[in-house]
Structures are given as structure tokens and as C-alpha cells.
Design a protein around this ligand. Structure first.
Ligand code: MGD
Ligand code: MGD
Ligand code: SF4
Ligand code: MO
Length: 883
């Protein structure tokens, strides 16, 4: 390996550049790339921990047929034969691909070409349907094309940044840091619009905790206010915008109605509207709080309307900016990975179909859009789709009504799953699993939020028999009889064709244009610098500032959108709105971030965040268990009481699966409702009811070897150095606790202790003076001690007498100060340590705490939480002084 390899982070859509080099111990060192224009050398906690995820322990190393090891020859023969047979027997629409924004553009291109061009159906959809499709639909309605007009620099040159439904601090941490730095420098005002108070509110001058789903009303009100106060950009609107009168007429609403409908004060609404009115450089950044809604597309257009009206679009520091989630969500849109797009930003119009079929020399090209994700799985359930190939996504966790998705896959004749790990909830339903190359092994391109194409470059050998996705699909395509159209021997070959298609008969008609790379050599491909498209003759930084849109008339469209009630409103039986989303240190279904002990310390269990009054009303205790039920499914989660929630709304993270918990899959609860234009599911709004989950006992289990948990009413697993930590709870006691502990903890020297009065028991099994397993059982959750010091004993060479005693007394030996929940995962600094630094040492700023504890001084991802701890600790301290 060269001194260091430049590649791109495989997580979020910020698309940070990463430098990978070897260390002296045979491992690798991962650093931010100082020359990458997304991050200039910084990485967030997830990026900084990438090195922890490179091991082969959990990798899928060979193909498997019916869960038995098979050769590539056998597996690809079978996939090709079954898809071919199914198409011959039942027609092309009887098969489907379900793909992902985590594929590289080259993988995506080949999958799209195979199914749309040669199998002859557009039944290919992507998990970006659950992520970005409302933005795509909104953009197309307003601009005539799916174009993101703004760039990251606009975050730094704007005077007002409005964050709508975005928890930027946790989900796009490097953009958050750039914005925070800009705020410090130029005093940028920040407004956060989110029903929850999130870590992002650290930098908010104003937080509008709106009623879930009420965004359209809020932005329609803004448009009316702008109109009444003369904010129309006369010349821009007259020359470049359509739909003005109709939209103003249809959306007119007064501030009082807005305040009432959105459940925020008139003063706050006015403060937001006035700020927007008076600030030319206003940037609206939006994400899943906008997209994942049954009116997601309307929400997008309600925001864009205000920008078109004021001519604040495509200029420095102002415009609408949809931030993408996955590393290659944008690339997927570019190649046409959505069922309703054809390829290279071309649609299912007769001209585009003709153009693409000539380019591909495809006789059998799909003539109309295919099934979108939810409809696709419904068609599988109904038996219309009989063979499906799932690549780089875990729909049994992430799709709404995941119980029904599982039923569908169970019934499906033939299910293929390509993944890089050896176990996922979805894989359990696969007839064939195919081992894909993982991050460090992949070569190709990804496009980030600001349309910047960066290279992913391989820095290690393929694990086992893993292969890059483009190669797997190419092999199957050839075996299906399409050798000539799939001649690719490298990702360069695919990229080259993708570039050529973007340029084919384009002449500036389509925004997506890479024609400047048409003569790029293989070596040139290897050296591509991070570059924003369009690349070539029509290159520009920003779109639409010049008033040229891609609609038929060439004008931008204002769209008359109306607020709507949710399809499933809350009822007396299901009185709370379930919101769901992300936490700082985990990525989606945890197949990769779950492998990092340090990323597992920040949040150790699946939880439900509840407002104190709601908790009181439902009899829920902080740290207890709650059963959450919707019309579609149920979950058991740890209760986290928090003032950050609105009273009627609860929040659960989306990350846990059956792989690492008993019943904490978010998708099982979520209503299968979609936006009518985009088909994007309403993942942020499901009516649920809550009730305390009464367990007879609770236990902390720390074991060296992974357990196959069974018989627990509740369990969840997290990873620590040298051990696995299980939080479990049960209904009914085992006939013998001693025997039970023996089975769970393994063979060795057993230490046991029971506290008959409290009904508590503690066991430790040692082998050669090292702990093999520890179990601490109590009747209530408060009886369970903190895990950090117990887990740390597993990393010790041997246990002394005092350690043994401490295990059984469930108290650390000597005077070990408790850390509390980990806040800074880079330096393993806990809440209690930070509180002590504030109260006992008077460290009164994030910087001062950094100096004392190092917390927040590496990746910076925890700085918002430290700020919140500072505020809360100071308030509590004052309260105590007053009392
Ligand atoms: N740590 C981490 N980062 C990630 C990811 C990850 O898994 N982990 N995933 C990446 C991906 S794929 C994506 S798509 C992005 C998502 O990034 P974000 O969209 O920022 O993240 P979410 O947590 O899904 O949701 C954002 C916010 O929407 C709010 N919200 C809910 N309902 C409403 C509403 O009606 N109106 C408004 N205005 N807000 C509402 C939620 O309370 C939540 O705080 O994150 C990316 N980055
Ligand atoms: N309730 C609720 N549901 C949601 C959301 C929400 O906010 N709330 N958010 C939605 C959003 S925005 C998203 S993006 C989705 C994400 O949901 P998913 O896409 O289902 O989640 P991931 O865990 O990212 O799944 C990616 C899979 O691909 C594998 N993989 C990684 N790299 C590769 C590769 O190179 N090749 C192959 N073949 N496999 C690979 C990983 O091991 C993993 O199993 O969830 C959606 N679902
Ligand atoms: S912000 Fe973090 S997760 Fe996103 S690309 Fe950068 S390092 Fe990766
Ligand atoms: Mo996403």
C-alpha cells in the first residue's frame, strides 16, 4: 500500500475525504483528508472509528445457497437461471431488484442497466425511496429536474440558516461543525424546526417545536407573510417563475392560524418570519423531518416556493438545500436507481426511452416506471413478483410494516441478498446470499449532497471470496445471455459508459452532464479529484440563480400546496405519535458501526424518549421498560424521560434489529403510508400506545463469548472490548437461578452471592483468574449497577481478591469514580465525569471541559451534548442554591 490512500467515508451524504495508512502493528490508521473540500481533514465519531470495523469476524466470505456454502459458479448460475426462468414464464414484471444508496455509482449503473435495459422491467427501486424521494419529487415539480442547487460553502456565506426536520449535529456532523464555525465568525442566525429539541438546537437562535407534520402550514404562512411585506423579487419572478398567483391564492393563511395549527407561540412564528423576510442570504436545509411524510413532497415545495418568490435560489448563501443521507444517495439518482427514473436524469418519456435504448443497444427496454419500494414488497406478498434481488439494504428492519415485509419474503419463490456481513434480519429469508466487497475493498465513485463526485479507493484485499457488486451483477447479466452489453472488467469501464450516457445527445438539455470526462483514461479515473457536476461544457457551481430551469417552459414552478391531516391520526386507543430517527454514533441497522466498541458506548440500548407528563400519565419510570404498540406491531424499549419531547410525541431510534435485540425493530411499528407523489413512507408519524412492561427480574450479563439469547422477555446486546454486554429482563423466575447462571455464563470457577431480602443474585464464572461471564440480577432496573467498570475487568490480565469481591458486591473496588453514560466516545468520557468537572472544578465552557478531560477535542461530535450538560448542570446547581 502506498503511504496513504485517499478514499471517501462510507457513511453519510456529507461525503468526507479519508486518508488511510498502515500503522506499525499491521493495522490501519484512518484520518480525515485535509484536501477534501467536504471536510478539510475533519471526521465525525463514526468516520473516526472506521478502523474498528475492518475486521473479518462478521464478514460474509463465501456465497451460500440455502444457507450452505456454495461456489460462485453455482450461486451465479442459480441466480441467472432462476431470474431467466421467472421472466420467461411470468414476464419481466415478475422480477425485481431492491437496491441502495450505499452502492457505488458503478454498481448502481450496472444493476439499473440490466433490469431496465435488458430484463425489460423498471422494477428496480432503492432504499433512497425511504430517504430522498420526496426531495426528488419536489425538485422535479419546482425545477423540472432533480437538481440540488446549493453547495456546502453556502452554509458559510449565509446569514440565516433554517434547518427543517434535520438533526444536523448528529446526522451530518461535519456540516454542523462548518455551520457552527461560520456562526462564530459571522454571527449566522440559525432556526431549527423540529418537534424535538435535538443536539442541533445547541446553535439555534430559535427553535420551533412544531406539531409533527405541520411544516406545510408553517411555510405557507411564511409565503403569505413575505407577500404581505413586499418581499417578492419582482424582476426574478416576472422573468423566471410560474404559478405565482395560483399559489399565493391557495396558500394564504394568517399568523394566528399558523401558530395554533403548528402549536407554537405567535411570537416565535413572527420571529422566524421576520428573520426570513429581512435576510437576503437565507438557506433552508431540510432532511427526513420533511421527506419522510405522507406530505413530504408538498413540504419540499412549500419551502422552495418561498425561495422562488424571493429570488433567493442558486446564489451564494441562499437557496433550498436538501441534505442527502447515504454516501451515494445522489449517485443513485444520477444513474436512475429509482423505479420512476430511467437513467442519467432521463425519464420515461418516448424521447428518453428511445435515446437510452439506442445508447445501450437494448431491444427490450422498460417503457414505463416500475414499482416503488412499498408497492414492490406488496407485489411480492401478493405473488406478482416472484424473484427479488436485494443489494446493500436491510428492508426487514428499515421498511414500514416490517412484519409484512418479512411475510412477503417468506412467501417469495426466490430471494437473493448481496451483503458484506454474514448475518442480517433480511438474510434469514434468502435462498442465495452473495458476499459483496466492503468499504476498504471497493473502487468506484460516490456523489455527495453538494453534487461532488469523489473516488472510493480500495486499500485492502477482498475478504474471502467477496466481490464488488458491479462484478457480481455483471456475471449474472452475462449468464442471462447479455454478454455483449456487459463487457465490464473494471469499475473504470462502467464509469466510462456512465459518463458517455450523461453526455449522449445532451447539449445542455439535461442538468446531469459529465461530458468533460469523456476522454478520461484509466489512470485519470484513478486520480479523479473530488469534483462537482456538471463536469464539462456547461459547468457551473450553482443552478437556477440565472433563472434557467429544466421545465418545459424553462421557468421555475411555484406549487399551490395545502396542509393535510395525517392518514392515520392519533386516536383514543393510539394517543401518541411515534417519531423515529438516528442517534449520533450508530449507522442504520448497525451491521458496521455495531462492530466498534467505542461507538457502542454512547447509547447502549434501544430506547423510547417520552415527555415527563406523558410518562406520568402512562405510569412509566425513567430507566424502566415500556411496551409500545401500534396497529402494525410492537416493541419493548427502555424508557428515557426527557423535556426535549413534545407531550404527545415519542421518539425511538431506528437502529436495532433482531440481530441485537428482542423486540426493538422500528419498522415493525411504522404505518405503511406513503406520500402520493414520491411514494416515500411516513416514517416519522405512527400512532402508538404505551404501557409499562412488567418484568419480574432484570439482569446485566457480561460474557466473553456471544450468547444466542432465548427465553428472555427483553434483551439487547452491545459490544465492549473483549466482551459482549447484554441487558435482559424476564417474566417468571427459572426453577434454579444457579443452574440458569451456569448455562448462561459457561463452565469454570463459579462465584455466587444472593441477597435474599432484595431477591437479587450475582454470579461470576472465572477461568484462569479471568472472568468468563458475570450476571447481576435484580428485581428492579435501579438494582443493576453501571457496566463500565465491570466490562473493564474483562480487559484485565487477571482478577485479584478485591476485584472478585467487587464483582459480587456489584460495587467497584477501591475508590473508582463512576463515569456514567459515555458522552465522548473518542476518549471514553462519561456524563458524571463531565458533571464533576463543572460542579467541582468550575469548568464552565465546552473548551474548559475539553482541556480538563479531553472530551470533545478529537472529532467534536459530542460538543453539543457537552453544551447541553453544561446548561442543565448549571440550572440544577442554581435551583439547588435557591432551594
Ligand atoms: N449518526 C447517523 N448519521 C446519519 C445516519 C445514521 O444512521 N446515523 N443516516 C444517514 C441517513 S441515510 C440519513 S437519511 C440522514 C437523516 O438525517 P436527519 O434527517 O437529520 O435525521 P433523522 O433523525 O432521521 O430526522 C431528523 C429530524 O426530523 C424530525 N422530525 C420528525 N417529524 C418532523 C416533522 O413533522 N417536521 C419537522 N420539521 N421535523 C420532524 C425528527 O425529530 C428528527 O430530529 O442521516 C444520515 N446520517
Ligand atoms: N422508522 C424509520 N425507518 C427508516 C428511517 C427512519 O428514519 N425511520 N430511515 C430510512 C432511511 S432514510 C434509510 S436510508 C434506510 C436505511 O436502511 P437500510 O438500507 O436497510 O440500512 P443499512 O443498515 O444501511 O443497510 C445496508 C446493508 O448493506 C450492507 N452493505 C454495506 N456496504 C455494502 C456493499 O458495499 N455492498 C453490499 N452488497 N452490501 C453492503 C450492510 O451490511 C447492511 O446490511 O432506513 C429507512 N428506514
Ligand atoms: S460526517 Fe461523519 S459519517 Fe458523514 S461522511 Fe463525514 S466522517 Fe463520514
Ligand atoms: Mo437515508
Amino acid at each position: 500500500m502506498a503511504d496513504s490512500i485517499r478514499t471517501t467515508c462510507p457513511y453519510c451524504g456529507v461525503g468526507c475525504g479519508v486518508l488511510v495508512s498502515k500503522d506499525n502493528a499491521g493495522g490501519v490508521v484512518v484520518k480525515g483528508d485535509p484536501d477534501h473540500p467536504a471536510n478539510f481533514g475533519k471526521l465525525c465519531s463514526k468516520g473516526a472509528a472506521l478502523g474498528d470495523t475492518l475486521g473479518q469476524d462478521n464478514r460474509l466470505l463465501t456465497p451460500k445457497i440455502n444457507h450452505q456454502v456454495a461456489t460462485w459458479e453455482q450461486a451465479s448460475d442459480l441466480v441467472a437461471a432462476r431470474f431467466k426462468e421467472t421472466v420467461e414464464r411470468y414476464g419481466p414484471d415478475s422480477v425485481a431488484f431492491y437496491v441502495s444508496g450505499q452502492l457505488l455509482s458503478e454498481d448502481y449503473y450496472v444493476a439499473n442497466k440490466l433490469i431496465k435495459g435488458f430484463i425489460g422491467t423498471a422494477n428496480i427501486d432503492t432504499n433512497s425511496r425511504l430517504c430522498m424521494s420526496s426531495s426528488v419529487a419536489g425538485h422535479k415539480r419546482a425545477f423540472g429536474s432533480d437538481t440540488v442547487p446549493q453547495t456546502y460553502e453556502d452554509l458559510e456565506t449565509s446569514d440565516l440558516v433554517v434547518l427543517v426536520g434535520s438533526n444536523l449535529a448528529w446526522c451530518h456532523p461535519i456540516l454542523f461543525q462548518r455551520l457552527k464555525a461560520a456562526k462564530k465568525k459571522r454571527g449566522t442566525k440559525v432556526v431549527v424546526i423540529d418537534p424535538r429539541k435535538t443536539a442541533t438546537c445547541e446553535i439555534a437562535d430559535l427553535h420551533l417545536a412544531i406539531k409533527p407534520g405541520s411544516d406545510v402550514l408553517l411555510f405557507n404562512g411564511l409565503l403569505s407573510y413575505l407577500d404581505q411585506n413586499g418581499a417578492k423579487d419582482q424582476s426574478y419572478v416576472a422573468a423566471f417563475v410560474e404559478g405565482l398567483e395560483e399559489t399565493l391564492h391557495a396558500t394564504a393563511v394568517d399568523i394566528l392560524s399558523v401558530a395554533k395549527g403548528c402549536d407554537v407561540s405567535v411570537a416565535d412564528v413572527l420571529a422566524f418570519y421576520d428573520g426570513f423576510l429581512k435576510t437576503d442570504r437565507t438557506l433552508s436545509v431540510y432532511s427526513q423531518g420533511v421527506n419522510q411524510s405522507s406530505q413530504g413532497t408538498d413540504k419540499v415545495n412549500s419551502i422552495i416556493n418561498c425561495h422562488l418568490f424571493t429570488g433567493r435560489i442558486g446564489r451564494e448563501g441562499c437557496g433550498p438545500l436538501s441534505v442527502t443521507g447515504q454516501p451515494n444517495a445522489m449517485g443513485g439518482r444520477e444513474v436512475g436507481g429509482l423505479a420512476n427514473m430511467l437513467a442519467a436524469h432521463m425519464d420515461f418519456t418516448p424521447d428518453d426511452i428511445d435515446r437510452v435504448s439506442r445508447f445501450w443497444q437494448a431491444q427490450n427496454i422498460a417503457k414505463e416506471p416500475g414499482k416503488k419500494a412499498l408497492d414492490m414488497f406488496e407485489a411480492i406478498h401478493e405473488g406478482q413478483i416472484k424473484a427479488v434481488w436485494i443489494m446493500a439494504t436491510n428492508p426487514c428492519v428499515s421498511l414500514p410494516d416490517a412484519g409484512r415485509v418479512r411475510e412477503a419474503l417468506e412467501k417469495c419463490d426466490f430471494v437473493v441478498v448481496s451483503d458484506c456481513v454474514d448475518h442480517t434480519d433480511t438474510m434469514a429469508y434468502a435462498d442465495v446470499v452473495l458476499p459483496a466487497a466492503a468499504w476498504g475493498e471497493r473502487n468506484g465513485t460516490v456523489t455527495n449532497t453538494e453534487r461532488r463526485i469523489s473516488r472510493q479507493r480500495a486499500f485492502c484485499d477482498l475478504a474471502g471470496e467477496a466481490r464488488p457488486d458491479w462484478k457480481i451483477i455483471t456475471q449474472v447479466a452475462r449468464k442471462m445471455g447479455f454478454e455483449e452489453a456487459f463487457p465490464y472488467e473494471s469499475s473504470y469501464d462502467v464509469f466510462h459508459e456512465h459518463v458517455a450516457l450523461s453526455a449522449f445527445e445532451n447539449q445542455g438539455r439535461r442538468d446531469f452532464d459529465l461530458s468533460g470526462w469523456i476522454d478520461l483514461s484509466r489512470a485519470g479515473f484513478d486520480e479523479i479529484e473530488p469534483t462537482q457536476w456538471p463536469v464539462g461544457t456547461y459547468a457551473k457551481d450553482r443552478f437556477f440563480g440565472d433563472g434557467r430551469f429544466y421545465t418545459a417552459s424553462g421557468k421555475g414552478n411555484m406549487v399551490p400546496v395545502q396542509p393535510k391531516s395525517p392518514v392515520y391520526p392519533v386516536t383514543a386507543d393510539y394517543p401518541y405519535v411515534l417519531n423515529s430517527g438516528r442517534i449520533r454514533d450508530q449507522w442504520h441497522t448497525m451491521t458496521r458501526t455495531g462492530l466498534s466498541p467505542r461507538l457502542s458506548t454512547h447509547v447502549i440500548e434501544p430506547y423510547l424518549e417520552v415527555h415527563p407528563e406523558a410518562a406520568l400519565c402512562e405510569g412509566l419510570l425513567d430507566g424502566g421498560l415500556v411496551e409500545v404498540t401500534s396497529n402494525w406491531g410492537r416493541a419493548i424499549l427502555r424508557v428515557k424521560i426527557s423535556e426535549n419531547m413534545k407531550r404527545g410525541e415519542v421518539f425511538m431510534p431506528m437502529h436495532w434489529s433482531d440481530e441485537n435485540s428482542a423486540e426493538a425493530v422500528v419498522g415493525r411499528l411504522v404505518n405503511p403510508v406513503c406520500d402520493p407523489y414520491s411514494g416515500q413512507p411516513e416514517s416519522k408519524h405512527t400512532p402508538v400506545c404505551l404501557k409499562p412492561f412488567a418484568a419480574d427480574w432484570h439482569a446485566l450479563l457480561i460474557v466473553r463469548e456471544k450468547l444466542e439469547p432465548s427465553g428472555f422477555a427483553y434483551w439487547t446486546r452491545s459490544l465492549a472490548n473483549g466482551c459482549y454486554i447484554y441487558d435482559v429482563a424476564g417474566v417468571g423466575d427459572p426453577s434454579s437461578w444457579d443452574d440458569y447462571a451456569g448455562v448462561l455464563l459457561g463452565q469454570g470457577e463459579m462465584l455466587a452471592m444472593s441477597d435474599e431480602r432484595r431477591g437479587a443474585r450475582r454470579y461470576a464464572v472465572l477461568c484462569d483468574d479471568k472472568p468468563l461471564g458475570v450476571m447481576i440480577m435484580a428485581r428492579t432496573p435501579e438494582g443493576i449497577p453501571s457496566r463500565n467498570w465491570i466490562a473493564s475487568l474483562f480487559a484485565q490480565e487477571e482478577l485479584n481478591a478485591q476485584d472478585r469481591l467487587s464483582l459480587l458486591s456489584a460495587k467497584p473496588a477501591g475508590k473508582v469514580a463512576e463515569k456514567g453514560a459515555i458522552v465522548c466516545s473518542c476518549f471514553n468520557v462519561g456524563l458524571l465525569e463531565i458533571q464533576r468537572a463543572i460542579v467541582e472544578e468550575g469548568r464552565m465552557s465546552v473548551e474548559a471541559i475539553g482541556v480538563a478531560l479531553k472530551a470533545g477535542t478529537n472529532c467534536g461530535s459530542c460538543q453539543s451534548e457537552i453544551q447541553q450538560i453544561l446548561e442543565e448542570t448549571q440550572t440544577n446547581d442554581q435551583k439547588q442554591k435557591v432551594a
